[in-house]
Every structure is written in structure tokens, then in C-alpha cells.
Design a protein around this ligand. Structure first.
Ligand SMILES: *[C@@H]1O[C@H](CO)[C@@H](O)[C@H](O)[C@H]1NC(C)=O
Ligand SMILES: *[C@@H]1O[C@H](CO)[C@@H](O)[C@H](O)[C@H]1NC(C)=O
Ligand SMILES: *[C@@H]1O[C@H](CO)[C@@H](O)[C@H](O)[C@H]1NC(C)=O
Length: 448
């Protein structure tokens, strides 16, 4: 193991990213109206009648916007060039993107030149789909100029070498990349880096933070092919529409270790099949505490219940931003009937030939450009989508509170009472912009 990797692996956890503890609560996002890039929704500017209980009609006290400070490139150029870094990213699209964003900040922190990142997706998607297959390379290079240097090709004397591997992905606490990774960079001149998963970046110097914000939120756009497919899909969805990210898939439920009653035996079997060693269902007090901490995915019927509590009309056009593995969907579609999915909207053979990453990119794009977005969980996709909607000034964005739902049901609330409690909890969070897990140094709170 390299000294850097060993350091990364051995150093003890100092503290965890505060967002680990954030209650998954709803929040809204808004900045001054800017023209949406692709289309304008007919109803997006309409103000619902006053006195409406519709969640979006509530008057907000606080909103989030991208902070001004990072919107122009830092004056401080690197004092020297310390070598080349390739960021190696693994997992699904939004996880790849999260690691890439972290990597951009690290590259600038180390005053390194970035080569295009490696997207190692095979393990997750059983396919190969690199950075250029999803994102616009030229745009990325152009938009990061002045923040961090990005090159497409390595100089000849380095190009023949394999990069020296530095894997920080298992690191949990805070550590210092300069202390731990810079020596390897200086020695080898070309390293590949897998960033730590939950690294605190708020202590980095401002040029590194600015590079993170700019690289992540202003420099990544889909390449022409994927974008045109996404636009095509977006155009077929009736407007206005709500994009809903439902997360009730077997792996998700198995991973959560939560027990559910009333599921079909088909769902129970799929969950059982997805359950690996060490993912035993929690029972007793542990299960109760876990659920009350908001750890259990909302079922489709719980989601429909909450949406109704928020006064979202049952005839709303809803795009389901999710894969085909959703369970118990009837619990939702029996109430909300105007449902659209990419597999129902795209031509069959188009859809069949599409990479998993491309499909994920379509959901991402549609969700970033929808009239409203609701997440039932707060995963990597939701974090990216909510941040990008904030960048565009789209405020109808909501993350449902699994915690409040668990808490009130545990307290015995049901029916109208539960609906009222859910309404109050979400309204409060919505108008106060509370619980946002947007990176605080990229996004700033504005009192309205
Ligand atoms: C990177 O450059 C900045 C100036 O922009 C300098 O303050 C810093 O010490 C340099 N860091 C490294 C690791 O070279
Ligand atoms: C992965 O792809 C290969 C070749 O296309 C195929 O034979 C295999 O069944 C796939 N595996 C999974 C788990 O989908
Ligand atoms: C959960 O319930 C307890 C008491 O029943 C209360 O003190 C707490 O504030 C509630 N939390 C949420 C998120 O509703």
C-alpha cells in the first residue's frame, strides 16, 4: 500500500460530515428567475390563489441561491504546477458525479492539472460509459478555465505511464489532502485519485472551494447526444408536470434494514433476494429508533398520502424519475393517475439500446427542468438535482420528510390528523428553507 493510501486508510475518524446527520427534510430553492435553458413551462409563473393549502403557494421566508463569491474565477493562480491528476469515479451516474466534483476541488487544492476523469461504471451498470459519453468535454474545459487546469492529453513523457493509484474512498473522517496526497503527486507526477466519500471541504482555501462550486455546478452539462435525447423526452411530457423520484426498489429496501408490513409476497421475495449478509431486518427498539431517524424509504402509498397532505392535486402530471424496479407502485398510481415514465415515452428500441448511465442522465435532466421536483429520499441524484434547480432559480423543490412521517405514525397519528401533521412539518421546513443539504459554501441563504 502506498503511504498516501495507507494514511487514508488508517487515519481515524475525526468527525463526520454534518450532512450525515441532517434530517431528510424538505426544502425549497429559489433564485431570481432566469430563463430556463430549454423550454418555458406555461404554468410555472402562475401564482396559486391565496389561501391555497398547496405547498408551493406558501410564502417563503428564506431562499437559497448560488453565492456570488465563487461566480468569478479566483484571482489566485496556482503558485506552481505539482503534477497531473486523473479522478477515478465509481458507481451510478450521480455518485460518479459527486466524486468528480470532490476531485475537482482536490485537484485545485493540490495545484495539479486534471486530465479527463475516468468513469468506472462496469461494476454498477455492466457496461462501459466514460465521461465523454455523458458530459460535454469542451464545455467542461472551458467553464473550469481560471479555476482549475484541465487537459485532454498528457505530455508525451507522462502519457506512456500508468498513473500511481491513490485510493481514499474508504476514508471516513476529515483528512488533509495536501499532507497525505501531495507527496505522492510530487514523486510520481501523475496519480489517479479516488476521493474520500464524506470529506469536509469547508476548510479548504477559497480557490479550491470556488473550483469545486464552479466545476460541479457550472461546468457539467450533458453532451449533445444525450442532451438531445433528453430534450426529446422532456418535450413529450405534458406540461406542467412534477418530477417525482420514488425510491422503493428491492435493493434500497434491503439496504435500509427496515421492516414493512402489508407488502405483496412478490415484493417481499424481491427484497429477500436483494438482502445480503449483514443486512438483517432490524427489530424491536433498534427498528423503532432507526425508523424515527428517518432511515426507512417511503412506500409509494405513503408517498401518495404525503403528496395529498401537501394538497398536490391527484390529476397532476407526474414523471416518475426512477428505474423499472419500483415495487408496490399501485399504491401510488391508484391515486395519482397521470403518470409518465421514460420507458413509456421513448421509442422501444431507442430505450433498449440505451446505457444505464444515459437513462439516469435522462431522469436527471427531466428533473432539473421540471416545473416541480419531489424526492422521497435524499440520495446522490436528489442532491445534484436540488442543487442544479437552485442554480436555475427553480424553487418548487421538495424532499419529503421520512423522519416526520415515522415520528407521527409512531405517535399513533393516522388519517386527517396525520395529514395535518405532515402538512405543518413540511410547510414549516419549506418556508424557512430548513434542512437544505446544499453545500453551504456554494449556496447562500437569502432572507426574503
Ligand atoms: C497552490 O497555489 C496557491 C496559490 O494559488 C498557494 O497558496 C498554495 O500554497 C499552493 N499549494 C500547493 C499544494 O502547491
Ligand atoms: C453483463 O454483460 C454481459 C455481456 O453483455 C452479459 O453476458 C451478462 O449476463 C451481463 N451481466 C449482468 C449481471 O447483467
Ligand atoms: C418526534 O417526536 C418527538 C416526541 O414524540 C418530538 O420531540 C420530536 O420533535 C419529533 N421529531 C420530529 C422530526 O417530528
Amino acid at each position: 500500500m502506498s503511504p498516501a493510501a495507507a494514511w487514508c486508510a488508517q487515519h481515524r475518524l475525526r468527525f463526520l460530515l454534518p450532512s450525515l446527520f441532517l434530517a431528510p427534510v424538505l426544502f425549497f430553492l429559489l433564485s431570481p428567475p432566469s430563463s430556463p435553458p430549454v423550454f418555458s413551462l406555461p404554468a410555472s409563473g402562475e401564482v396559486p390563489p391565496s389561501g391555497s393549502r398547496l405547498i408551493w403557494a406558501q410564502r417563503r421566508l428564506v431562499e437559497w441561491r448560488p453565492c456570488e463569491w465563487w461566480r468569478t474565477a479566483p484571482v489566485q493562480a496556482p503558485s506552481r504546477r505539482n503534477g497531473y491528476i486523473r479522478i477515478d469515479c465509481y458507481g451510478g451516474l450521480n455518485q460518479l458525479r459527486r466524486d468528480l466534483c470532490d476531485g475537482i476541488g482536490v485537484a485545485r487544492l493540490l495545484n495539479a492539472t486534471m486530465v479527463l476523469p475516468k468513469f468506472e461504471v462496469a461494476a454498477y451498470w455492466n457496461e462501459s460509459s466514460g465521461f465523454a459519453d455523458v458530459f460535454d468535454v469542451e464545455y467542461f474545459i472551458e467553464q473550469t478555465r481560471g479555476y482549475v487546469e484541465v487537459v485532454k492529453d498528457l505530455p508525451a513523457e507522462i502519457a506512456s505511464k500508468e498513473p500511481f493509484k491513490v485510493d481514499c474512498s474508504k476514508r471516513k473522517g476529515h483528512f488533509d489532502y495536501v499532507e497525505s496526497v501531495l507527496p505522492a503527486l510530487l514523486e510520481h507526477q501523475y496519480i489517479s485519485l479516488t476521493p474520500a466519500m464524506n470529506q469536509r471541504r469547508d476548510r479548504n482555501p477559497s480557490y479550491a472551494k470556488a473550483s469545486y462550486c464552479q466545476g460541479c455546478y457550472s461546468a457539467l452539462r450533458l453532451n449533445k447526444n444525450v442532451q438531445s435525447k433528453a430534450v426529446e423526452l422532456l418535450q413529450t411530457i405534458p406540461k406542467p408536470f412534477l418530477s417525482l423520484h420514488l425510491r422503493f426498489e428491492p435493493d434500497m429496501v434491503a439496504y435500509s434494514r427496515c421492516a414493512y408490513t402489508g407488502l405483496s409476497s412478490k415484493s417481499m421475495d424481491s427484497i429477500e433476494a436483494a438482502r445480503g449478509e449483514g443486512r438483517k431486518v432490524l427489530t424491536g427498539d433498534a427498528a423503532r429508533l432507526w425508523r424515527n431517524r428517518g432511515k426507512c424509504p417511503l412506500t409509494p402509498s405513503e408517498t401518495a398520502f404525503i403528496l395529498q397532505a401537501l394538497d398536490i392535486p391527484t390529476n397532476t402530471n407526474i414523471y416518475l424519475a426512477a428505474g423499472d424496479g419500483l415495487m408496490e407502485l399501485e399504491g401510488f398510481t391508484s391515486i395519482y393517475k397521470n403518470i409518465y415514465t421514460k420507458s413509456s415515452l421513448l421509442a422501444h428500441e431507442d430505450f433498449e439500446n440505451m446505457h444505464g448511465n444515459t437513462k439516469a442522465a435522462l431522469d436527471y435532466y427531466v428533473s432539473v427542468n421540471s416545473d416541480a421536483y419531489i424526492a422521497t429520499f435524499f440520495g446522490n441524484m436528489d442532491k445534484m438535482v436540488t442543487a442544479m434547480r437552485t442554480m436555475q432559480g427553480l424553487q418548487k423543490t421538495l424532499v419529503l420528510s421520512r423522519r416526520a412521517f415515522a415520528n407521527y405514525t409512531a405517535a399513533g397519528l393516522a388519517g386527517e390528523q396525520l395529514a395535518k401533521a405532515m402538512w405543518d412539518a413540511h410547510r414549516e421546513a419549506y418556508i424557512r428553507g430548513r434542512g437544505s443539504a446544499l453545500p453551504e459554501y456554494c449556496f447562500c441563504e437569502f432572507k426574503l
